[in-house]
Write a protein that binds this ligand. Structure first.
Ligand SMILES: [Zn+2]
Ligand SMILES: [Zn+2]
Length: 174
């Protein structure tokens, strides 16, 4: 299904900001509002912050996007909806990854007491350290001997699932 068809299937008008937001979230699952705004502006420089907020609210409300907000984190959005998947969040860097299903004894998806509610969905967030932060934590030198992270513009970490900063090289548009 194309994104246009997806919007129409949810009775949503097809607008350029909506298409742009959907494209960005499809490409960058779990992106936050700020990162989405930056990316959308690469395609639609004139789009306002409020317009992107409104699009995210409309698409989340209609179930086209899923909004997740781990405790202590800003809201993040993804296009993978309706499958009741879960997330693992890195305490150190905030990286988020999908977990398809919760299995085993605890934590599990069966509520020990449903309190009479008809349960339709469970939401589990696993907290821990991502592989990058785990690897880095083994190499930490004693406090004070670590030089402050510099402002090296070439520094990038392709392994994290958080968004890299938008490309600073603006194509000359005249
Ligand atoms: Zn991490
Ligand atoms: Zn997800």
């Amino acid at each position: 299904m194309s994104v246009e068809e997806l919007l129409r299937a949810h009775d949503l008008r097809v607008t350029r900001p909506r298409l742009a937001v959907l494209a960005v979230v499809n490409e960058h699952p779990h992106a936050d509002t700020h990162a989405i705004l930056d990316r959308v502006r690469e395609q639609l420089p004139e789009v306002s912050h409020q317009a992107v907020y409104d699009v995210l609210a409309a698409l989340s409300g209609a179930g086209v996007l899923r909004r997740i907000q781990p405790q202590g984190s800003v809201a993040r959005y993804e296009a993978r909806v309706g499958d009741n998947h879960h997330h693992v969040v890195c305490r150190a860097c905030g990286a988020v990854a999908d977990v398809d299903c919760a299995v085993g004894e605890a934590p599990c998806l069966s509520a020990s007491d449903t309190r009479g509610y008809a349960i339709e969905e469970a939401e589990v967030i696993y907290w821990g350290l991502c592989p990058d932060c785990l690897a880095a934590s083994g190499e930490i030198s004693p406090p004070g001997e670590n030089p402050a992270p510099g402002e090296d513009p070439g520094r990038s970490d392709p392994e994290t699932s958080t968004l890299p900063p938008p490309n600073p090289r603006k194509d000359a548009r005249v």
